[in-house]
Design a protein around this ligand. Structure first.
Ligand SMILES: Nc1ncnc2c1ncn2[C@@H]1O[C@H](COP(=O)(O)OP(=O)(O)OP(=O)(O)O)[C@@H](O)[C@H]1O
Length: 321
């Protein structure tokens, strides 16, 4: 199901010649969609336009079937939004704030209190809910912001940099929460990050922006597909890695050292039928050549593993240095 659709969406701030978003056409569906790009790539601009908070310069978009220009209010009623920056009143208790946000979204008093208690439990703030938010850690503030985005049982959530300022453990917890929202609760999620690799594990689909332009929009699996490159680690005398590299080169393989490993480019095979069959044959041939080289040299083969792609590689491939 398509939950967000944009068509040639462009945004210029003021009289700026540089577009913060340029001709962006994307579709977002169910599950977790990662919106990835460096600082200034246009992620927050896109989210604000989708919420009807900011008017695009040109182009069109719809969210859950609502037009962003005409139906901003209807969109904000059914979408949960977690803004990037700190927006929590420091002198308010978290529970009161989340109840208030539920009331603002149209919940009657009793259901607002019930929902607030539920979402605060889900985000792990049950015990801290009566404390003033001014005394919260960054991790707790991020959770409170997430709770207010969920309190009115939204049909879609947009989370702007939910892991900002978190240490690695708190970041993992937050990512797990986001994944639960998209998969266990079944609420479609659009989540942004400037850390390219971060959303790989939790998103079903990734949209990559660079300087306001779309670099790629693809299933996460496609980013992480097998590259055909193989990494090898050998065990032996001090110069085992060098000797192994030379032996592989002598067998016609293109390789280079990478840390304690040797990285070997894929071999070409001809007449193997479809792409999958050719890739399988290429892998088999490469593995045979590596095993033979190790056996001839008398070095131990510690590891022989395919290298999969990473989101960072998209920038290496497509953005000129
Ligand atoms: N209110 C504004 N007025 C003028 N320029 C703006 C405004 N808001 C954003 N910009 C510019 O638009 C571009 C995109 O900014 P945006 O905040 O959307 O990027 P982002 O990907 O969300 O980055 P960040 O994570 O740093 O917020 C940047 O060049 C930014 O300087």
């Amino acid at each position: 199901m398509t939950v967000i659709q944009t068509e040639a969406l462009t945004k210029r701030y003021g009289s700026s010649q540089v577009a913060a978003l340029a001709d962006l056409s994307i579709e977002v569906g169910d599950g977790v969609t990662g919106l990835v790009g460096a600082n200034g790539a246009g992620k927050s601009t896109l989210i604000k336009i989708l919420l009807g908070l900011l008017a695009p310069t040109s182009g069109s978009a719809s969210v859950l079937g609502h037009d962003i220009r005409a139906d901003g209010e209807a969109i904000r009623q059914v979408v949960g939004y977690m803004p990037e920056h700190d927006c929590l009143p420091p002198d308010m208790r978290c529970i009161d704030f989340v109840v208030h946000m539920g009331r603002m979204s149209g919940l009657p008093p009793a259901p607002a209190r019930e929902r607030a208690a539920d979402v605060l439990r889900h985000v792990g703030l049950a015990e801290e809910r009566y404390r003033l938010m001014g005394g919260y850690s960054t991790g707790m503030k991020q959770r409170a912001k997430l709770a207010q985005a969920l309190v009115h049982d939204p049909a879609l959530v947009m989370l702007d940099e939910p892991t900002n300022g978190l240490d690695p453990a708190a970041r993992d917890d937050m990512l797990a929460l986001v994944q639960r929202i998209g998969h266990d609760f079944g609420i479609p999620v659009l989540v942004t990050s400037h850390l390219l690799g971060e959303l790989e594990r939790i998103s079903d689909h990734v949209v990559v922006l660079d300087g306001g332009q779309l670099l790629r929009s693809e299933a996460t699996q496609a980013f992480l597909a097998d590259t055909g490159v193989v990494l090898v680690e050998v065990l032996g005398e001090d110069d085992a890695q060098t000797r192994m590299g030379e032996a592989l080169a002598a067998r016609g393989l293109v390789c280079r050292p990478r840390g304690t490993m040797i990285e070997i480019d894929p071999v070409e095979v001809e007449g193997a039928g479809d792409d999958a069959a050719a890739a399988a044959l290429a892998h088999d041939r490469l593995r045979d050549l590596v095993r033979d080289a190790a056996a001839d040299l008398g070095v131990g083969l510690v590891r022989l593993q395919p290298q999969t792609g990473r989101l960072e590689d998209v920038f290496r491939e497509e953005v000129p240095a």
